[in-house]
Design a protein around this ligand. Structure first.
Ligand SMILES: [Zn+2]
Length: 585
């Protein structure tokens, strides 16, 4: 049986993430981790904040804080929000911790000794006013191609033309607006990705289980030819290069995209160093990451937005393969399209859309978890609207799941003294129900195994729905007057189905599932596994107590949804993306 390592793309440190970030990696990773744990598998699920790079420096400066202080504070903000969203990480680390310093410098050293690092002189824009080198995207000016006046030094957002900062007319600093710029020479370490391309291709060739979107992105870049990549920067904030290994670039830091994926390993190292895995941190770490020390048993699944696929299929594998050491590499890679807000971008600067902190102010996490996962942008982009959100809550959570629980428990309270009723024998309807429940459950588990979350959510919804159809056929609220034994059998059957639902729903809506589990104090929930045989066992005995779990979900009135739409901005955007200076990684 494999052990499961799960990582989700690391959220960048500069500010609270929006719902699109959440559903694009962290939330599906959590659903999968919870599913595997529920089914009895060994899981290590880690994440971390991605803290280096210019955007962090600028965000800290804007907040009037030292960058390390800013990152420490923002890490806590994100950690708390993610916990409130029920993200069940075994460890949530930071790429600015010593473990990542050590591992990043280890990989750089290995890459150099294997011949995959080279020192090259580059020409870079230096801002005299800002007293710093400017990354390409922080040089703005007029596009020579289309005349757009706010084109960035890496690309014109208006016409899409890739640019070099020197191409811009009237170049200036995006930080200060100063035109007092000059081009200076600076030496940097380059990772020789071109020399590694064949080995990366051979490795990608073995990944025929990857989704076609993932493979085609990887092959597109390989076919166009991998370019060597500068992996150091002239910044103050980052992981300093080790001057003994790289004396030519002493004083510089590693590029954030070099150290961030190494953060996956570092997060496991933090977890191991904290004693969470056992007494020998090195052995624990190795058993998850080193193929020669136990990790050949590990199945490694990564979750990310589609923009991150090239880094995870090419750049990070280049680091691991180029080290010449037997590191565990990704087995399954699940990527997502975009969640849009009414068809437009979520935007921090324009206050468009819903951010994690806003969401939790309005409603508990399960409402959001359900809507987001049931409408996850898997095969295509999907659009958040308050109308769709309201429908998912009112029809699915309240009308289907909540209704099934509520009507069953109410009848048991009213007519059977809040105990599992005895008496009555199963008939054809019960046998039919068992067949359909098994079908839905099998489908559900199959979709979770294949990381198809929308379909899994649809199967779960269908499972809830089956229970309602059964109750409507059997009408216990009517039969109670004429046939108490028949009614007892109906409600006992429905209660058993609630036990199945309380286990099966946990990956998507963990708080509601826990509440429902509390209704059955005699069930040993820790023993129950989310597996195909869950529905074939009896979990309740006549006479067992049934305690009302209370209201699982409350209906959202139309006026409430309208008010939120007003507050957060609804309707369609004009489609433009005039936020060229927006600070993001
Ligand atoms: Zn242009």
């Amino acid at each position: 049986m494999p052990r499961h390592l799960i990582t989700s793309a690391l959220p960048y440190i500069n500010g609270v993430k929006h719902l699109g970030n959440l559903v694009g990696s962290m939330l599906p990773a959590d659903v999968y981790a919870r599913y595997l744990r529920q089914s009895g598998e060994e899981v290590l699920f880690v994440c971390a904040t991605d803290e280096h790079g210019t955007p962090a420096e600028l965000a800290a400066a804007a907040a009037g804080q030292a960058v390390d202080e800013y990152c420490a504070e923002q890490h806590e903000v994100q950690r708390e929000l993610c916990e409130q969203f029920g993200l069940s990480w075994d460890w949530f680390g930071r790429t600015s911790r010593p473990q990542n310093y050590e591992l990043t410098n280890h990989f750089a050293r290995r890459l150099r000794s294997e011949g995959f690092c080279e020192i090259r002189a580059t020409e870079q824009v230096y801002s005299l006013t800002d007293q710093r080198f400017l990354p390409d995207r922080y040089v703005v000016g007029t596009c020579p191609n289309c005349g757009y006046e706010r084109a960035r030094g890496d690309q014109c957002e208006n016409c899409g033309k890739p640019l070099e900062p020197v191409d811009l007319i009237n170049p200036r600093s995006a930080i200060s607006g100063s035109a007092d710029l000059e081009v200076r020479s600076s030496s940097h370490v380059f990772l020789r990705q071109e020399a590694l391309a064949d080995r990366i291709r051979e490795w990608v060739d073995t990944k025929d289980s990857w989704p076609s979107q993932t493979r085609s992105i990887a092959y597109k870049w390989l076919d166009e030819g991998l370019r060597d990549r500068g992996i150091t920067r002239d910044l103050a904030w980052g992981i300093p290069v080790d001057p003994e290994d790289f004396p030519e670039v002493a004083g510089k830091v590693w590029y954030v995209w070099f150290d961030a994926p190494i953060g996956y390993l570092a997060a496991v190292r933090e977890w191991a160093d904290a004693g969470c895995g056992g007494e020998d941190p090195q052995a624990e770490f190795d058993s998850w990451w080193r193929l020669d020390r136990g990790a050949e048993q590990v199945e490694y699944t990564q979750f990310m937005g589609k923009d991150n696929v090239p880094f995870h299929t090419l750049s990070f594998p280049a680091t691991l393969l180029g080290s010449g050491e037997p590191w565990k590499m990704v087995d399954r890679l699940k990527s997502f399209n975009w969640l849009t807000y009414y068809g437009g971008k979520f935007s921090t600067s324009d206050h468009r859309g819903v951010f994690m902190s806003d969401a939790l102010e309005l409603l508990p996490a399960d409402y959001w978890r359900w809507y987001l996962m049931a409408n996850a942008p898997e095969s295509d982009d999907s659009s958040f609207t308050w109308e769709l959100f309201g429908a998912a809550v009112n029809k699915e959570l309240v009308g289907t799941f909540g209704n099934l629980v509520n009507r069953t428990v109410t009848q048991v309270e009213r007519h059977f003294d809040s105990c599992v009723p005895g008496g009555g024998d199963p008939e054809a309807e019960e046998a039919e129900l068992a067949v359909v429940v098994q079908q839905r459950l099998d489908e559900y588990l199959g979709f979770l195994d294949s990381l198809e979350f929308r379909k899994a959510a649809a199967s779960l919804r269908a499972l809830w729905s089956v229970g309602n159809v059964y109750l409507e056929t059997r009408e216990p609220w009517k039969t109670i007057k004429v046939d108490p034994a028949r009614t007892a059998c109906t409600l006992r059957t429905a209660l058993e189905l609630l036990v199945v639902c309380a286990v099966a729903s946990e990956p998507f809506i963990p708080a509601a599932a826990a509440k429902l589990q509390s209704a059955f104090p005699t069930v040993n929930w820790k023993e129950l596994r989310l597996r195909a045989d869950l529905a074939t066992q009896h979990h309740l005995q006549p006479g067992d107590a049934v305690q009302s779990p209370g209201l699982l979900f409350a209906k959202l009135p139309a006026e409430q949804l309208e008010e939120w739409e007003q507050r957060f901005g609804g309707s369609s955007s004009d489609g433009t993306t005039a936020d060229s200076d927006k600070v993001e990684p």
